[in-house]
Design a protein around this ligand. Structure first.
Ligand SMILES: C[S@@+](CC[C@H](N)C(=O)[O-])C[C@H]1O[C@@H](n2cnc3c(N)ncnc32)[C@H](O)[C@@H]1O
Length: 313
């Protein structure tokens, strides 16, 4: 699919889902975003950028961490997401939060203007993430760091969904999808550089980062019922799939998923699906080497090591 058409489709899908995104009683993006912020540990007074911020799963925890002396900017290609995140920032009276509609692949931001950049389940939507990462390395200050999450992609699983759905979504239904939305095409588009740790590491280093850490950690996806999960799945990336099914196919898939997911609950308890998440963290590589032993070298080195949890105790 041509890149502009693809971006148009992604923007339209997220714009339409902005009103209900992550608001249906399912928890997943919130805890994952908070965990990413915990791992990046923005310090009071720092400047943080949330790439593909959506409704602010990282943005708001980061705003709290940097405090009123810091600054947080959220960028997203979907105007509906930005409008709602902005309304929430106003509701919380956060004057240090700025929200802008922007294509994260072409961020019009000045070099060295952020200390932390983060993106939860968003960089995966960039068709040319490698080029974008180089731009983020420039936007970060010396000693700055980046962190993002992605699904843990595996050859034999359905991209974006926890592994359990590989069994639950009948292959026959997928044949009605346009070829560019079938699992193989999605896999090629989304996880070409994310599936293997070595590729992630190399991509990050080539983009200008160092101290790359790739850590897979499960995040619980919790929904009150199978039905609610199915409703929720219309509000994020999977919406792209639902929209391409006929009414009859969508109905059959809804019934099937609801029954199977409810069978995984204990009595009336919630549905809990352990979802593997990949956390990628890195520091900006020094652009020019400071003189060894100089105060600049000590402060840049100290900060990166401290933030990435490497400080010797
Ligand atoms: C799965 S949502 C994640 C949102 C948020 N980070 C969270 O964790 O809840 C992906 C977000 O990426 C945004 N996005 C996708 N492609 C983008 C692009 N090229 N530039 C900026 N944002 C983009 C979407 O609009 C959507 O809000």
């Amino acid at each position: 699919m041509e890149q502009q058409t693809y971006k148009y489709e992604v923007t339209r899908a997220f714009d339409k889902s902005a009103a209900s995104y992550d608001r249906l009683g399912v928890t997943f993006f919130g805890p994952m975003g908070r965990r990413l912020v915990e791992r990046l540990a923005p310090l009071p007074g720092e400047r943080a950028l949330d790439i593909g911020c959506g409704l602010g799963a990282c943005l708001f925890p980061a705003a709290e961490a940097v405090g009123a002396d810091g600054r947080v900017m959220g960028i997203d290609i979907a105007p509906g997401m930005i409008e709602r995140a902005r309304a929430e920032a106003v509701r919380r009276r956060l004057a240090h939060v700025d929200l802008r509609v922007m294509d994260a692949e072409e961020p019009g931001l000045d070099p060295g203007t952020f200390d932390v950049a983060m993106g939860s389940y968003s960089l995966i939507f960039l068709p040319n993430a490698r080029a974008a990462l180089q731009r983020y390395a420039r936007i970060l200050s010396d000693g700055g760091r980046i962190g993002f999450t992605s699904p843990v992609f595996r050859q034999d699983t359905f991209p974006f969904l926890p592994p359990v759905f590989t069994e639950l979504i009948p292959r026959s239904l997928l044949s009605s999808l346009p070829s560019e939305w079938r699992p193989d095409a999605l896999r090629r588009r989304f996880n070409s550089w994310l599936e293997h740790e070595d590729d992630v590491r190399r991509t990050m280093e080539e983009a200008g980062f160092t101290d790359v850490r790739v850590e897979d950690e499960p995040v619980d996806l919790v929904a009150p019922s199978g039905e609610v999960w199915v409703d929720w799945s219309h509000t994020h990336g999977m919406r792209l799939l639902w929209e391409h099914l006929s009414a009859d196919e969508a109905q059959r898939l809804r019934r099937h998923l609801t029954t199977e997911l409810d069978a995984m609950r204990e009595g009336d308890g919630p549905l809990t699906i352990e979802t593997p998440v990949r956390f990628v963290l890195a520091a900006k590589a020094a652009t020019k080497a400071p003189r060894p032993g100089s105060s600049e070298a000590r402060s840049v080195g100290d900060r990166s090591l401290h933030i990435l949890g490497r400080r010797a105790s």
